[in-house]
Design a protein around this ligand. Structure first.
Ligand code: NAD
Length: 259
């Protein structure tokens, strides 16, 4: 499908790496002007420079999605650079995996810490809330827009060792459904993507045995690529998806169905 995003300005949070970077590239190749927001400055600048080297209109703007002042400054910088915002991809995310309670021979040996829980909530859940609240006024000025949030297959089914992460990704689905109702009336669609296991730095941290178990249940028989997910984001922000609002689109090679 040919997708034309000419005249659109897109923000991709966490766009310095992985799925975000591939999404910035995909949207820019479809004609959008793209602001990569990320907290890693050198990597983000290098990503934007590499995409600019392909002849794409991409810039890097430093932003920490956990800090409202930083997000507000990033909105202002994006509008100063590109004149407005039409598309928000809430992609920034982290993991801090640990079992709820670890025990051996009936004795507790460890477990998830409050810091591990709070750090993940701050980025994956509150960061999505903060960025969306800050960007929506810009979408309203343009008469509408598109928001797509990063959920995960684990939001739908849980995952061992991810109490914090699963809570955020399930929460993102809830916020997506609320905003689809609240903003749908304003010509803004809000959807979520639930990737399966995608080959990025995030999954590189997972034990090989856990990834092998996932692959064994995936009809596609492979990990997803960042481009697989980027294509789904690109479709959901396009005119072709104008009547799609409040959905969770799985991009998981059939993992949920199983083999
Ligand atoms: P990644 O670790 O490769 O990239 C995440 C990016 O987010 C990094 O550039 C990082 O610097 C940025 N980031 C982290 N905290 C930030 C903050 N406070 N402010 C701004 N930027 C911040 O991750 P990825 O694998 O590309 O995942 C992208 C999104 O997709 C995440 O939300 C993740 O939860 C979700 N997801 C990934 C997978 C997977 O298998 N990789 C599966 C399902 C969902």
């Amino acid at each position: 499908m040919h997708i034309d995003l000419t005249q659109r300005v897109a923000v991709v949070t966490g766009g310095a790496n992985g799925i975000g970077r591939a999404t910035a590239r995909r949207l820019a190749h479809s004609g959008a002007r793209v602001a990569i927001w990320d907290r890693v400055v050198a990597v983000g600048e290098a990503a934007a420079a590499a995409l600019a080297g392909e002849g794409l209109e991409v810039c890097f703007i430093e932003a920490d999605v956990t800090q409202r002042a930083s997000v507000n400054a990033a909105v202002a910088a994006t509008v100063a650079r590109f004149g407005g915002i039409d598309i928000l991809i809430n992609n920034a995310g982290i993991t801090r995996d640990a079992q709820l309670v670890k025990s051996k021979d009936g004795a507790v040996t460890g477990g998830m810490t409050d810091d591990e829980f709070d750090d993940v909530i701050a980025v994956n859940l509150k960061g999505v809330y903060t960025c969306t609240q800050a960007v929506v006024p810009e979408l309203l000025k343009r008469g509408g827009g598109r928001i797509v949030n990063a959920s995960s297959v684990v939001a739908l089914h849980g995952n061992f060792g991810q109490t914090n992460y699963v809570a955020t990704k399930a929460g993102v689905i809830g916020m997506t459904q609320v905003w689809a109702r609240e903003l749908g009336k304003r010509n803004i669609t809000v959807n979520a993507i639930a990737p399966g296991f995608i080959a990025t730095d995030m999954t590189a941290k997972m034990p090989a045995s856990a990834l092998d178990a996932m692959l064994a249940h995936t009809p596609a028989g492979r990990l997803g690529s960042p481009e697989d997910v980027a294509n789904a984001y690109c479709f959901l922000v396009s005119d072709a998806a104008a009547f799609i609002n409040g959905v969770v689109l799985s991009v998981d090679g059939g993992l949920v169905i199983g083999t």
